[in-house]
Design a binder for this molecule. Structure first.
Ligand code: NAP
Length: 339
């Protein structure tokens, strides 16, 4: 497929120019049950063919496996893709519920070398701090990240799940191109403080899990029963117990809007993120994750879907009705530290 029609945007005032929608690659190696590598490779090539240029990974996804898996794809298209990866988080393979977070200089120094090696590249286009270790001043962490830019190992800096104050402090040390945080019809906590701060500073937004980790596509009626063993979502509050069925019932307005456009629920969810960001005057590049080529095409179609004001109003109350937090431990999120 060579129809490279996806529009582009500058991700933050100092950031890279990328397609208006990226591809989340995490599920290809980690988190959402078994993945078929041939299918994932086809999804990557489909995205590239459609003009998707931003590809999101992290050293934590499968303890380096995701970066290694993506390396041949990046090599084949190096000059035409924006490679985004992250440091700070270790998820022990023998205990996937555990999180070890490091933001200190020796850790970052080692992490960048390991990521460059696994990705088999000389430079990473967008390097994020994945999670915040509150024991390390953010000035110190971003200071080291800025050194990586000066050394030519990294082109642009990003931060994931930071608070507005953390973003402001970091941005004063070195321009931050993008904040990556969860943002969707189900998760809107960042609109209170983080989004206005990003707007004020000229920082771009990369919404992760824009499909509510699949929920917003209508894939689940009783997620607690439908998710397979080894799927990380089984431990997430929104996918468990009564919350799972209560949240499935919230999709009715999404379904109505989708029907009106002959679109899918997922396309409505993605179009909503684009329009919500536009309302704030923010550069935005959501990174829906999928391992399936046909879903890449479907998701890319959302870049051309425009919802009416009435439809946006119909979707407005959903986030306030969602049952369960977006993580079991919210201290690792911006909202958890802002409360
Ligand atoms: N910074 C962070 O802390 C953080 C946290 C989480 C994720 N991320 C990044 O954000 C990316 C996206 O987030 P996410 O994967 O958690 O959630 P998501 O994009 O909201 O949803 C992904 C889920 O939706 C399914 N899906 C995708 N397109 C679909 C479609 N058109 N129809 C039906 N189902 C569809 C996928 O299944 P299939 O794969 O089977 O299609 C997968 O189960 C990740 O890949 C990762 O790179 C970052």
């Amino acid at each position: 497929m060579t129809d490279r029609t996806m529009p582009t945007v500058r991700l933050g005032e100092t950031g890279p120019e990328t397609s208006v929608q990226g591809l989340g690659c995490m599920g290809m190696s980690f988190g959402y049950g078994p993945a078929d590598t041939d299918q994932s490779r086809a999804a990557l090539e489909r995205a590239f063919g459609l003009g998707v240029t931003l590809y999101d990974t992290a050293d934590a996804y499968g303890a380096g496996d995701n970066e290694r898996f993506l390396a041949p794809f990046f090599k084949a298209h190096r000059d035409e893709v924006v490679i985004a990866t992250k440091f700070a988080l270790t998820i022990p393979p023998d205990d996937p519920s555990k999180r070890i977070i490091r933001n200190d200089a020796p850790y970052i120094r080692q992490a960048i070398e390991d990521s460059l090696k696994r990705l088999d590249v000389d430079v990473i286009d967008l390097y994020y701090m994945h999670r915040r270790d509150v024991n390390v001043p953010i000035e110190e962490t971003v200071g080291v990240m800025a050194d990586l830019v000066r050394e030519g190992k990294v082109k642009h800096l990003g931060l994931s799940e930071v608070t507005a104050d953390e973003l402001r402090t970091a941005h004063a040390v070195h321009p931050i191109a993008a904040v990556q945080s969860e943002w969707s019809l189900f998760s809107r906590d960042i609109e209170t403080q983080v989004v206005p701060a990003a707007r004020e500073l000229g920082v771009g937004l990369v919404p992760y899990s824009p499909l509510g980790r699949g929920f917003l596509t209508g894939a689940f009626t009783d997620a607690a029963k439908e998710l397979t063993d080894g799927d990380f979502r089984r431990s997430q509050p929104r996918f468990t117990g009564d919350n799972a069925t209560a949240n499935a019932a919230l999709l009715e307005p999404v379904r109505r809007v989708a029907e009106a456009h002959g679109a899918t629920l997922g396309q409505v969810a993605l179009a909503w993120v684009h329009q919500r960001a536009a309302a704030y005057g923010l550069a935005v590049v959501p990174i829906p994750g999928t391992r399936k080529a046909e879903r890449v095409t479907e998701n890319a179609g959302a870049a051309h879907l425009v919802l009416t004001e009435e439809e946006l109003a119909l979707l407005e109350p959903i986030a306030g009705q969602v049952a369960g937090d977006r993580y079991a431990d919210m201290t690792f999120t911006s909202a958890g530290r802002e409360q």
